[in-house]
Design a protein around this ligand. Structure first.
Ligand SMILES: [Fe+2]
Ligand SMILES: [Fe+2]
Length: 179
């Protein structure tokens, strides 16, 4: 059973390519409660974290935003559920085939690699995939677990975890998407 948090939260993400219609379409196929610990508010924080890392590393902000939307969108429960990353990648492909994602082939490949692999607990030498995975792990604070530098792929995430300076993420907005 999901812990209920933040009822009535908005559908808004920083990246306007994640339109309310698209977010709603993803939520409509969701099998878990959108308010659970891996639900919408988590996706929005993963986007914020990922965009912080994207700005620091120069990684592709669009892929990071779409990772936030899809990575936990195919959970069957709110626990470990090891297959949900691969299912999230398939869901992203289905949306892309219908022309609903403004991403090119290379971006789709990166998005699907990041979604499919985020459940394996690995680190990545690929900066973009690493930004996605670190963005997810930096949100462990919601489970009262301190993110650890050794589990982070990117330098800025390692620094945040090593110094405990997570306040830098509070209210962060990527300059491309303004206020
Ligand atoms: Fe996940
Ligand atoms: Fe997640």
């Amino acid at each position: 059973m999901c812990a209920k948090i933040a009822r009535g939260q908005k559908l808004r993400f920083q990246n306007p390519a994640l339109t309310p219609a698209l977010v709603n379409a993803v939520l409509e196929q969701l099998l878990v409660d959108r308010h659970c610990i891996h639900g919408l508010a988590h996706w929005q924080r993963v986007e914020r974290n990922g965009l912080y890392l994207a700005q620091a590393t120069g990684a592709d902000a669009d892929v990071v935003s779409f990772f936030a939307l899809f990575h936990d969108a195919c959970r069957e429960d709110d626990g470990h559920d090891p297959g949900h990353g691969a299912r999230g990648a398939k869901l992203a492909r289905r949306f892309a085939e219908k022309g609903r994602l403004p991403l090119d082939e290379a971006q789709m490949d990166a998005l699907c690699t990041a979604c499919a692999g985020h459940t394996d607990g690995q680190r990545s030498a690929d900066t973009l995939v690493g930004c996605c995975w670190d963005a997810d792990r930096l949100d462990l604070m919601r489970l009262r677990m301190e993110p650890q530098p050794r589990f982070m792929s990117t330098k800025p995430a390692q620094e945040l975890a090593a110094t405990g300076a997570f306040h830098k993420l509070d209210g962060y907005r990527h300059p491309r998407f303004g206020r």
